[in-house]
Design a protein around this ligand. Structure first.
Ligand SMILES: [Zn+2]
Length: 495
């Protein structure tokens, strides 16, 4: 008698300062239903592909229901949240004999009505399937783990890498945990420790020598890791919600004692290194551009982290573009911005003509303003690209109508959709080869270290204003529970 296992994905990383995320944002990355899921994601680097890899080798009847992922943005509008969740729960309610569920969630999804949107998804699923059906969940390393998530899920397995290149492996881990339960081979028991700590995102790189890597190396050392599963969640830092913080989740075989002992050990080590984990090194944009131009070989990647589109920012900051135009670089530079109105103006004027217009600053008015530019329109077209980097390998992203404008040596890509810029395929989609540029501007904290790892001569992180600034202690948060580090540096905490 085969097991029946339902699989699903509903993922979005929220930034509570950013404009709302709508159904279109899910459609622009991916939104697959039922049989479309295997075709759309079966051969990608995704949790779904990891689920399928394990399940299809076993005596399992797999029921794919929904798989969707939006680029990071503001809280998901309630209509969209309800539509996606209802599709999942209605399909689940029609399965006669359901043995288990595998769900890929982000873990930092906020909806209009729910600060912990992922828990609400799990709560609605539990309402339909009851408490006995195991639900094994995967989450992003930036998940905000809460008591409610841990209570509702049977297991939670998080990515171990940042940039996230282990999506499929994480899916495999979750599927193995589920199969262990179904075959009565293991009894996974989960515990977690939440720290009153938020770590700036540029410090989340798992392979970069330093304090964060030391913490991970110690957490995943042979002495600590005989447990069934272990995850260190650094949390998405741009969540102005009450229950925010990084956490450690441990799943041990039939031993709550082992799980909590291990989680405490790792959490105490993280807390002891909080000062180093929260100190960052960023460069002023003009200084970074001048330094990049002095280098013999390019491309040098300059990251406008505070306008990071994989961190929920809209990608509409003209701050680095302004600095480039002021410097008038003698070498080629690529830079991007999201501004649908500008693209429409460029489309009306037509290819080859010059455009004088304001650009940027549509959503981020609290942090920066539009600037006026004058350049030649090289192309205007509906653009998309397929990820070639390991994270999201094989997935497609729609950029919407996109204009390419040349201002002397500066090539400006203007998209209609907020788009991830972590992959050289972004610039290639409008005919730009990053190998021909001395400076390539990206808007991301970590992802470019995966996408550009084989081509970049160096990476500079910029100190810019925006919704995903690394200077988290100075962001205008009102709702986070205090005390919390680094907001309250003299606070005391113990488990
Ligand atoms: Zn993440």
């Amino acid at each position: 008698m085969p097991y029946t296992v339902a699989i699903a994905e509903i993922k979005q990383e929220s930034n509570t300062s950013a404009p709302p995320t709508t159904l279109k944002d899910f459609e622009d990355f991916h939104l697959f239903f039922d049989d479309e899921i295997k075709i759309g994601l079966g051969s990608s680097n995704s949790e779904i592909a990891g689920f399928l890899d394990i399940l299809e080798k076993q005596d399992v009847n797999v029921i794919p229901i929904i798989a969707t992922f939006a680029v990071s943005g503001g809280p998901v509008d309630q209509e969209t949240f309800e539509y996606l969740t209802r599709y999942l729960t209605e399909k689940l309610s029609k399965i006669a004999k359901l043995d288990g569920i595998l769900i890929a969630l982000h873990g930092a999804l906020v909806s209009e009505n729910f600060q912990d949107g992922d828990s609400e998804i799990l709560r609605q699923v539990r309402t339909v399937v009851g408490n006995e059906v195991p639900i094994c969940v995967t989450m992003d390393l930036h998940a905000n783990i809460t008591k409610s998530k841990v209570a509702l899920a049977t297991t939670i397995s998080g990515f171990h890498t940042c940039p996230h290149v282990d999506l499929m492996e994480t899916g495999v881990r979750a599927a193995q945990l589920l199969m262990g339960i179904l075959k009565n081979e293991t009894v996974p028991l989960m515990e977690f420790v939440k720290l009153p700590l938020v770590i700036p995102a540029t410090n989340h790189i798992d392979f970069q020598p330093g304090t964060y890597k030391d913490v991970l190396d110690s957490a995943f050392s042979k002495e600590i890791y005989p447990v069934l599963d272990l995850s260190v969640f650094t949390v998405q830092p741009w969540l102005d919600i009450e229950e925010v913080g990084c956490s450690v989740v441990v799943i041990a075989d039939n031993s709550k004692h082992d799980a909590i002992k291990t989680a405490k050990l790792i959490a105490e080590n993280i807390w002891s290194k909080r000062e180093l984990l929260t100190s960052t090194k960023l460069m002023e944009p003009h200084e970074a551009i001048e330094l990049a131009l002095k280098q013999e070989e390019g491309p040098i990647i300059l990251s406008d982290v505070a306008d990071g589109t994989m961190a929920g920012s809209p990608g509409d900051s003209p701050v680095v573009l302004k600095a480039l135009l002021e410097i008038k670089p003698g070498k080629t530079a690529f830079v991007s911005i999201c501004d649908p109105e500008f693209v429409q103006k460029a489309a009306k004027l037509g290819i080859g003509n010059f455009i004088t217009s304001e650009v940027g600053g549509t959503w981020g008015k609290l942090f920066y303003e539009a600037i006026e530019i004058n350049g030649q329109i090289i192309s205007v077209e509906d653009a998309e690209f397929t990820f070639g980097q390991k994270s999201y390998l094989g997935m497609k992203m729609k950029m919407g109508m996109t204009a390419l404008v040349k201002i002397e040596n500066v090539y400006l890509v203007v998209t209609s959709n907020p788009t991830t810029t972590t992959d050289p395929a972004y610039y290639a989609s409008v005919g730009l080869d990053v190998l021909n540029a001395q400076i390539v501007v990206v808007k991301t904290h970590a992802g470019f270290r995966d996408g550009y790892r084989d081509v970049a001569k160096d990476f500079y992180l910029l100190d810019t204003p925006g919704m995903s600034s690394d200077d988290i202690a100075h962001l205008p948060y009102k709702n986070i529970e205090r005390p919390k580090y680094p907001w309250d540096r003299s606070m005391v905490w113990g488990i």
